[in-house]
Write a protein that binds this ligand. Structure first.
Ligand code: BTN
Length: 241
């Protein structure tokens, strides 16, 4: 496996995209000690200070339909969750679809970026950001973000965590490619998922309401029961807890 390691970079996702666009093979990983312009979902920035976190991006070229790309994100969330748990023993949970939380605060985010043409995926960049040994967060993030060190009250070895994550990622990715369905992986996912059984706030077809997350569909979408008993299927981006 090829790992490209940087001391400092703007964004590992951006670099991985460049590599992928110029033909880099599947499985190559870009990792950096520090990101100067780390990117989060919804156009947000991702704070990525030197030496305290895991900032990495994986190049994938799955032979699946672009419409199934969200499953790669789910599978990645599961793999990262299990990897961190194995390496640290901390009770990490998945907030659907793919935020990882510890004691209800976010420790990891995943940003998947895809390039597809003519119903075919060219590449997927799986960007994983984990707050490992971060000591503190800015005031506006304090209530929602945390690190493994803050919660576990000790430093963790980033290499051990990366190793465990890549082991699960490879295993689950291969399983999904082989089966071309998510059944087994979703069963595992549900065991770690904090969202199920909880009340969630949904913005669905321009309507905002509170519902109860009751299950995941076979495709990995969230099934939410509205107050009138009707169950609807929601996609990522529609949920805020
Ligand atoms: C989120 O908003 O929850 C997703 C955060 C993803 C951050 C990671 S860090 C490595 C990779 N490079 C980036 O610029 N972003 C992702």
């Amino acid at each position: 496996r090829k790992i490209v390691h940087y001391h400092q970079i703007d964004s590992t996702n951006k670099e991985a995209k460049k590599l992928a666009a110029s033909g880099e093979k599947e499985g190559t990983i870009v990792i950096s000690e520090e990101q100067l312009a780390g990117r989060g979902r919804l156009g947000r920035t991702w704070i990525s200070p030197a030496g305290t976190g895991i900032w990495m991006s994986v190049i994938l070229r799955p032979s699946i339909a672009p419409t199934d790309a969200s499953k790669i994100t789910l599978l990645a969330g599961l793999a990262v969750c299990e990897g961190i748990k194995e390496a640290t023993g901390l009770p990490v949970q998945i907030k659907w679809p793919n935020d990882l939380v510890l004691h209800n605060k976010k420790i990891c985010g995943i940003l998947t970026e895809m390039s597809a043409e003519m119903e075919k995926i060219n590449y997927i960049i799986l960007g994983i950001g984990i707050n490992v040994n971060t000591d503190s967060f800015p005031e506006d993030l304090k209530n929602t973000a945390t690190s493994l060190k803050i919660e576990g009250e000790k430093e963790y070895d980033r290499k051990e965590i990366v190793k465990a994550i890549l082991m699960y990622l490879e295993q689950y990715y291969e399983l999904y490619m082989k089966n071309q369905d998510m059944e087994d992986l979703l069963e595992k996912y549900k065991n770690h998922c904090l969202t199920l059984g909880k009340e969630v706030k949904i913005i669905h077809r321009n309507e905002e309401f509170i519902g109860k997350a009751v299950d995941l569909s076979k495709e990995g979408e969230l099934m939410v029961e509205k107050q009138d008993g009707q169950v609807i299927t929601v996609f990522s981006g529609e949920v805020s807890v």
